[in-house]
Structure formats: structure tokens, C-alpha cells
Design a protein around this ligand. Structure first.
Ligand code: OSB
Ligand code: MG
Length: 387
């Protein structure tokens, strides 16, 4: 990773003066999902959260590592992220005084891969920086909006009616874009029927890498459904076949899984592998890469939106702050806390108002308060890492 690959502002995301990073608390806590979330890669019934808290100068910053329990979305898991953070990443930052996010990212970059592990640390560091500066996170990141516009990602359902009742409920709650999960055997007919019942809505479909080029003819039939985009139809790390498919499809392809860094994103755009970019700060290795991807998309006029990984209120607040940047031009998969959990681990759940927006917090740092007593009750493991 070179500084040249970063956004210009990454060197300016810096504490007022360098502070010694004293400790990193890593914590696993489990929240039941209100209903199972099913995709082509599998079913998630409860969310094992991996939370990080970085301490310095008497303050602390919160981060969330979005890895799932099993390597179904990407190769990382809660277990690999814990190992990589504890044994490799924490030792090169604790006791150190990183001068900026760019400096922190450079220290982490000597280790290959493991973007979600790196991102967990970058998130905690940037929240810490914002609190040290007494500024809201969104402003530290260069965000401009007071509210962000959001959509919802609906999991696979057993029947069309079950899916449609969730579509109706989401539209009533104000969500501005509906995303349907698809997989072989549950695609064209489902999308067409939802489209028939809702001719005007912003609708998209996400295959989570369930198809191959052999399915091109079938995927092309989605062209009749006026989809805003088709997300990650082919292999989780593919660019080349997506470029082939995009040439033959009118529907814009959006890549999620395949975009793991700013370089990969530039290559995808150069190849014509996608016309829309899904941003997940975890998938790309943290804010240093995320801001560079944001700048790239803005510069090239490529529509960008903020994806989600069933985050707790901590990761959600990070996503809200990031989505307040000017380059995020499409509604994100950033739903209200109650869409996922009966009770979130923050004191005031994230709320979507009837106009389909979420307010960007304006108090210092993430601008949310962690419900530490409730979090303690849900905690399965906690460990303090020191220099
Ligand atoms: O592909 O966008 C995805 C959840 C987990 C893993 C991958 C994805 C998703 C979602 C849900 O679609 C997004 C959210 O609401 O957090
Ligand atoms: Mg996706």
C-alpha cells in the first residue's frame, strides 16, 4: 500500500497532537436477529459482534469488525480477525503514537489481506481522533450531509407473499430503495412479481456471487425489470467475467464482494466490470481505502452507495458518517436498528424517519452512546490488549 493510493485527506485525519495508544479492548457479543437473514451464501440467525475500543489520552474510540462467523461472504471470520488483530495488528500499533490515519494504515499494510480486521482498528482510531478533536466523525471524514438516504436489503423468503409483505412494510417505513436477494431457482419470477406489484419503486437484486457466466442468458432476462442494479452476480473475487457479462447486459452491475481495495476498484472500472460501486468500509480494509474509493468514484462520476454487514449501532454509526460524504449518490443498505435487533447495544437506536433518511449525529466522535450494561450482558468474550 502506498500513500499515493490514499485520498488526499487521509493524512489530515490526525489527532491534535500524537497520543500514545494505550490499550485495545476486543469484545465478542451476540445479538439475536429479529428474523433470520437468508442469502445465497447461507442463513444468519444471530449476529456475533466483534467490537473494538481503542484507548488513548484518557479517551477511547469504538470500532466494529464486520466479519461473519463463517467464511461465507469472504474468507475472513470472527476467529481469523481476532487472531490477526491480537497477534499481528495490535502489536504494531499499541504503545505507538501514529500521527494520522495514513500513518496508522501504513503500519497495518505490511500484513497481507484481512481487510475486516484492519478496518476494525481504523474505525476505532478515527472515532478516537474525532473525540480528541472534539468534532463529529462525519466532519473529520469530510462529510457534508445532515441526513443520509437509505434503502433496505431483504433476505430470501419462502413465498412471494412473505417477501411482498416485507416490501410493503419497508415502503411504509420510508425506505427509498428495496434490494431483493436472489439465487438460482429464486430469481426472475420473484423479481418480476415484486416489480409487477410495485412498478415505480427503486428496486435492485443481489446474488452474492451465486452465478457463473453459464447463467448469462438467464441473468440477461432481468433486463426487462428496470432494476437500478444487479449486485455481485458472479464469483466473489471475479472482475473479468463480470466485465464480459456487463457488455451483454443493459442493467448496471454493481460489485460488492470483488472490490477489496481502491486498486481493485480502479481495475474493475477500467475493465467495465461494474457501473456502480458498493462501499463497505470493512470489506476494503478501513477508512483509508474507503475514502480513496470515494474520491475515485466522485472523480469518474460513478454512482456509489454504502452497503451493510448487519452491524450493531456502532458499525451503523460509522456507516452513517461515511455515507454523509458527497460521493454517496444512491441510498445505502443502512437500516434502522429495529430492522435487525429487538434491542441494539447503543442507548438510542438508529432510526429511519418517514422520508427514508437517517440523521447524521453532530456530537463529538460517533455521536452515539454505547449501552455498556446491556452490552456486558450479551458479551461472550472480552480481552484487553496492551503494548
Ligand atoms: O451482500 O450486501 C450484502 C449482509 C451480510 C453480508 C452481505 C450482505 C448483507 C446485506 C445486508 O445485504 C445489509 C445490511 O442491511 O446490513
Ligand atoms: Mg451485497
Amino acid at each position: 500500500m502506498h500513500t499515493a493510493g490514499y485520498a488526499s485527506d487521509v493524512a489530515n485525519i490526525a489527532p491534535p497532537e500524537p497520543v500514545r495508544l494505550d490499550a485495545l479492548d476486543i469484545r465478542l457479543a451476540r445479538l439475536p436477529l429479529r428474523e433470520p437473514f437468508a442469502t445465497s451464501f447461507g442463513r444468519v440467525e444471530s449476529r456475533l459482534l466483534f467490537l473494538l475500543r481503542l484507548h488513548a489520552a484518557g479517551l477511547s474510540g469504538w470500532g466494529e469488525c464486520v466479519a461473519l462467523e463463517s467464511p461465507l461472504y469472504s474468507y475472513e471470520t470472527v476467529g481469523t480477525a481476532r487472531h490477526v488483530i491480537r497477534d499481528f495488528l495490535a502489536p504494531v500499533i499499541l504503545g505507538e503514537r501514529p500521527t494520522s490515519l495514513a500513518d496508522l494504515a501504513r503500519r497495518l499494510a505490511r500484513f497481507k489481506g484481512h481487510p475486516m480486521a484492519k478496518a476494525g482498528i481504523e474505525l476505532a482510531f478515527v472515532d478516537l481522533v474525532a473525540r480528541l478533536r472534539g468534532e463529529p466523525l462525519f466532519r473529520v471524514l469530510g462529510g457534508t450531509r445532515a441526513r443520509v438516504t437509505v434503502g433496505i436489503s431483504l433476505g430470501l423468503q419462502d413465498t412471494i407473499d412473505a417477501l411482498d409483505s416485507r416490501v410493503n412494510d419497508s415502503l411504509e417505513r420510508g425506505y427509498k430503495r428495496i434490494k431483493l436477494k436472489i439465487q438460482p431457482g429464486c430469481d426472475l419470477e420473484v423479481v418480476a412479481e415484486i416489480r409487477r406489484r410495485h412498478p415505480e419503486i427503486l428496486l435492485s437484486a443481489d446474488a452474492n456471487a451465486a452465478y457463473t457466466l453459464a447463467d448469462a442468458a438467464r441473468l440477461r432476462q432481468l433486463d426487462g425489470q428496470s432494476l437500478l442494479m444487479l449486485e455481485q452476480p458472479l464469483g466473489h473475487d471475479d472482475l473479468v467475467d463480470h466485465a464480459t457479462l456487463q457488455k451483454d447486459m443493459a442493467t448496471a452491475i454493481c460489485l460488492d464482494e470483488s472490490l477489496t481495495s481502491v486498486e481493485r476498484t480502479r481495475q474493475a472500472l477500467d475493465l467495465g466490470a461494474c457501473r456502480i460501486v458498493n462501499m463497505k468500509v470493512g470489506r476494503v480494509g478501513g477508512y483509508s481505502q474507503a475514502l480513496a474509493i470515494h474520491d475515485l468514484c466522485l472523480q469518474r462520476g460513478v454512482p456509489l452507495w454504502c452497503g451493510g454487514m448487519l452491524e450493531s449501532g456502532i458499525g451503523r454509526a460509522h456507516n452513517v458518517a461515511l455515507a454523509s460524504l458527497a460521493g454517496f449518490t444512491l441510498p445505502g443498505d443502512i437500516s434502522g436498528s429495529l430492522r435487525y435487533f429487538d434491542r441494539d447495544i447503543i442507548t438510542a437506536p438508529v432510526e429511519v424517519t418517514k422520508d427514508g433518511t437517517i440523521e447524521v449525529p453532530r456530537s463529538p466522535g460517533l455521536g452515539i452512546e454505547v449501552d455498556e450494561r446491556f452490552l456486558e450482558r450479551r458479551t461472550e468474550a472480552v480481552e484487553r490488549l496492551t503494548p
